[in-house]
Write a protein that binds this ligand. Sequence first.
Ligand code: ADP
Ligand code: MG
Length: 253
Amino acid sequence: MTVPVLSVRDVTVRFAGLTALDDVSFTVAPHTVHALIGPNGAGKSTCFNVLSGLARPASGMVRLGGTDLTRLAPHRIAALGVARTFQNIVTTAGTVADNLMLGRHLHARAGYLASALRLPRAVREERAHLSHARRIAELTGLGAYFDSPVGLLSYGDRKRVELARALCLEPRVLLLDEPVAGMNAAERARTAEVIGRIRAELDVSVLLVEHDMGLVMRLADEVTVLDFGRRIAHGTPDEVRRDPEVLRAYLGT
Ligand code: ADP
Ligand code: MG
């Protein structure tokens, strides 16, 4: 059995009287796309909030490789290798390059003063960050817009800037919360292709929350299904699609 890159064990999250996650467990294997699906309110975004340190579980544990992330602050978790995008946030300021460099700055070694004085080490480092950001822009289909203001891009491209910014952290696990929400068919297809390329070319696992079932079925290696905060199914896309519990949750019968 392969050692998981991310493991979520018996995680419970409560909000004033509501159990948003109820004893949820799953693991993400290296170099895979793992989809986390379920009806609205199932607890998917809450799960991402736990994984990125924005929500504290009442009980349970999250581990990245051998490191316990459960009570770490969001910036520590990001520095350790878990990057995320948000469901409803789309960038509007700066150029594509500016946004991607925001992601890179977590890896800055030269101090602020060295950068401000443009010392050779800082200049070298800046150049390396820029070339990495450019590579990520190419990979995410944004290469042609690297120096363009994001405000001039289409909605789909702007949403992919978020994905690219998260990738610039060089995460071991990338959390994507509804990456194609609001996109038209052509934009969805492009983003699906980009996620496939990320999986093939980068040393990263993707945890994907997405309502577009066609996309989930096409991209995911494994699927975990939540309903009312509980894990109701897990397996390959084909197994999950035929699971009676899953059909019941989605069809409400
Ligand atoms: P999903 O992303 O699967 O649609 P969420 O994780 O956003 O679901 O929400 C799970 C449940 O927790 C929902 O019932 C939601 O209303 C509730 N919830 C989420 N965040 C909060 C919060 N900060 N305070 C109170 N309830 C919340
Ligand atoms: Mg959500």
